[in-house]
Design a protein around this ligand. Structure first.
Ligand code: F6R
Length: 243
């Protein structure tokens, strides 16, 4: 595991974008695994800017997103599909056909999760998976549990995740209670993983996830077992780690 320490959120965003840009330059037809949430927004902005300046070409990439709320259609402005179009895909000029994300409007969970894993496999697997991390150590919507979940599956969101995500909805009652998410095995199968973390509020979980025991109670701790992980974190997020 390689840890890149950055000054602040801006610096973290530029350096995380730099890792993604290097991947795309070295392999223009990369399969990228992407994340939503507040953390990657700055990196997406930077990538769009490099694309517009002609320094990066996204025309051959394909993307798979980590997760999607179950029950939301793609045109719902709280869906992760909508988030990705708005925060990255439209600006980077990536057509819908080159992107995939679990379909929250598909009621048959088993069918949709099986379709998603098969699509990732058919694409040849993910070259670089970008992750953010929840305050409880969740990655994707893989919440603390007794064991590590495997492939893409349907989850009940925990109270803490509903609480953390309600800021994006009109009220807590509007936050969906379930989501489709890549499993830990899906994430661990990516050839390279990039974790972006920022802020003092993540300092405890960064310490537990990367310096504590590997346990499904802290889902991100499994990343210690991955052969090629880059963590890009700002000073505040690393403030509990002695590096
Ligand atoms: C996003 C995702 C989540 C977030 C995590 C951190 O697709 O799967 O695991 O990465 O909740 O969210 P932020 O970045 O908002 O702190």
């Amino acid at each position: 595991m390689k840890i890149i320490r950055t000054k602040d959120y801006e610096d973290m965003s530029r350096k995380a974008a730099g890792v993604i840009a290097a991947q795309v330059v070295l392999k223009p037809d990369s399969i990228l695994g992407l994340a939503t949430g507040s953390t990657p927004i700055g990196a997406y902005k930077q990538l769009i800017a490099w694309g517009r300046a002609g320094d990066l070409d996204f025309s051959e990439i394909r993307t798979f997103n980590l997760d999607e709320y179950r029950g939301l259609t793609r045109d719902n402005d709280q869906s992760y599909f909508y988030f990705m179009r708005h925060n990255f895909m439209d600006g980077a000029g990536i057509p819908v056909e080159r992107t995939d994300i679990p379909d929250g409007s598909e009621p048959d969970a088993e069918r949709e999760c099986a379709r998603y894993d098969a699509a990732i496999r058919a694409a040849g697997g993910i070259d670089l998976q970008l992750l953010g991390m929840g305050h409880n150590g969740h990655i994707g919507f893989n919440e603390p549990a007794d064991e590590f979940p495997k492939g893409t599956h349907c989850v009940d969101l925990t109270a803490s995740t509903i609480e953390a995500n309600k800021r994006f909805f009109a009220s807590e009652a509007d936050v969906p209670r379930q989501a489709y998410t890549m499993g830990i095995q899906t994430i661990m199968s990516a050839r390279k993983v990039l974790v972006a973390v920022s802020g003092e509020d993540k300092a405890d979980i960064v310490y537990k996830a990367f310096f504590g025991p590997v346990t499904p109670l802290v889902p991100a701790s499994i990343l210690q077992m991955h052969p090629d992980v880059i963590v890009v974190a700002d000073e505040a997020a690393l403030s509990r780690c002695k590096l």
